[in-house]
Design a protein around this ligand. Structure first.
Ligand code: NAD
Length: 296
């Protein structure tokens, strides 16, 4: 398949690399020359704009930070919709609000194109290993049509319902993630302050009822899980600013349906504090720095 892929960051780059490995022909675009070069070195064709990446493509995939970036990439003068052929499906894997996903679905439909929201979970490790979970919002027929493409990048491809419901699933999942990371950070820092070996504490947690992804895969305490961002200076994972964005998506969505989000609101403020002190680019597990009294 000829695929136009836009957004080659922490997630997009390994996802695009897996599509190349699966035998697809990729035309790629990103604002970062460095990100583009990595993909060109792996065999992708460089495009000069989202429009150029979409021209001649049979599928277009976007993996961008937030809804504003997706809006620009789709509808700017040199955007996807200016180059895409009618009938081609746009797959947006960025994490954005469900209302924007619906808006982009309507915009694409006006141009004679289908749109699915297909946000992912599994982190950069899952992106590199090709084991991501895709949460797909769109008709059942669209879901069936995108499955073969998504299976080049993920293991679980789940149909959530109509357009926007993929984002609902993603936002609710990340609400849990943001809260559990804060909880694990709080407990690990407390254990350290009370004098237990943190590797022992991490091990106990991971065979006890406190176990969760934030403790057993992504433990925020350095050295507990060697492959976690905490063990490499909180680099190369899921940025604090992106988690802050997701907590905002969750609390805004909660407000829209008059639903309380007590824990989400508190966790949002903790990530906000991290961002305000200049740690927004660190992996979100760096939230433990607030508890360990480390300067930003
Ligand atoms: P990132 O910041 O590493 O990458 C985003 C990329 O988009 C960058 O390379 C940037 O240059 C590019 N970009 C921004 N504006 C652009 C534009 N107008 N045109 C072309 N390229 C543009 O972000 P990421 O970590 O890859 O995350 C991408 C999305 O996936 C986000 O919505 C995030 O919430 C979500 N997500 C991330 C993770 C994770 O672990 N990092 C996990 C699940 C979901």
């Amino acid at each position: 398949m000829k695929i136009g892929f836009i957004g080659l960051g922490h997630m997009g780059a390994p996802m695009a690399l897996n599509l190349i490995k699966a035998g697809h022909a990729l035309t790629v675009f990103d604002l970062s020359a460095e990100a583009l070069q990595t993909l060109v070195d792996a065999g992708a064709t460089k495009a000069a704009s989202p429009k150029a990446a979409a021209t001649g493509a049979e599928w277009v995939i976007t993996m961008l930070p937030a809804a504003a970036h997706v809006r620009t990439v789709l509808s700017a003068e040199d955007g996807v919709l200016a180059g895409i052929a009618k009938g081609v499906t746009i797959i947006d894997s960025s994490t954005i609000d469900p209302a924007s996903a619906k808006e982009f679905g309507a915009l694409a439909a006006k141009h004679g194109n289908a749109f699915v929201d297909a946000p992912v979970s599994g982190g950069t490790g899952g992106a590199a290993a090709g084991t991501l979970t895709f949460m797909v919002g769109g008709s059942a027929a669209l879901y069936e049509s995108v499955k073969p493409v998504l299976s080049g990048m993920g293991k679980n491809i789940v149909h959530c319902g109509e357009t926007g419901t993929g984002q609902v699933a993603k936002i609710c999942n990340n609400l849990v993630l943001g809260v559990t990371m804060a909880g694990v950070a709080e407990a690990m820092a407390l254990g350290e302050a009370l004098g237990i070996d943190t590797k022992v504490l991490g091990g106990i947690m991971n065979t006890s009822t406190g176990r969760c992804w934030s403790s057993d895969t992504y433990n925020p305490f350095p050295g507990v899980i060697e492959t976690a961002p905490s063990s490499r200076g909180y680099t190369g994972g899921f940025g604090t600013d992106l988690m802050l964005k997701d907590m905002g998506l969750a609390t805004d969505a909660a407000k829209s349906v008059h639903q309380p989000a007590y824990m989400g609101a508190l966790a949002q403020q903790l990530y906000q504090a991290m961002s305000s002190r200049g740690d927004g680019k660190l992996d979100f597990s760096a939230i433990i720095k607030l508890y360990r009294g480390e300067q930003g």
